[in-house]
Ligand binder design. Sequence first.
Ligand code: UDP
Length: 243
Amino acid sequence: MFILKFQFSTVTVLGIPFINTTNDTFVHQLFEEINTDQNIFVVTANPEIVMYADEHPEYAEIIKQADYITPDGIGIIKGAQILGQPLQERITGYDTFLSLLDWADANHKSAFFVGAKPEVMNDLRTTLQEKYPNLVLAGTYDGYFETDEHIVAAIQLTQPDMVFAALGFPKQEEFIIKNRHLTNALWMGLGGSFDVLSGHVQRAPKFWQRAHAEWLYRVLKEPWRIKRLMVLPKYLSKVRKSK
Ligand code: UDP
């Protein structure tokens, strides 16, 4: 059966087309596609990822193969405003992840988890079993593997509905592109989401999120991130020039 892929309208920021929709519409689209066994690759991109893609054409080629690229990060919302093409909403990897887990729990769906440090993965397994008792855990592997052969074999065998890869960029998207043929599932890169859900890292409270200062909260908690934020001014000036 050939199912036409739904197209959201997009806003292109530095060559990356971001879907222009709401969290709610987006996750319902994903539920529908998972239910019809489609092969879906989702990238949730922030300015760091956009700048990395700008400087690494091979990575840009990978993320352009995504079915959906969502605006994760206030910098993308700002970039779209600068271009005079505002996006409706920020759609973060973490929020999408939580919506998918709630839905999977309510509908007995299966998910495969790969990423994060071994101790984080241990705690994540416990969190998942406690919070989402009806979610089927197809496999859980930490993200510090030498080769992915055993992970590939496990995905092939279990044929999960969803594969969550939290390996940081660009590793997670490289892993997905290499392996998405293994099963018709939702494949999604999730950065540090396993650290947050397992309780190892605290997400910014709602106040900081609403004040559009989640990035500042993260830097205060994890000061080494300041180096990674240095790309922001460069990114904004590049977007202005591209107008
Ligand atoms: N990570 C991993 N394997 C690696 C490198 C990183 O599993 O080889 C994990 C790391 O432990 C962390 C996540 O990938 O859980 C990256 O988190 P970060 O918050 O840095 O994500 P980003 O900001 O890159 O999306």
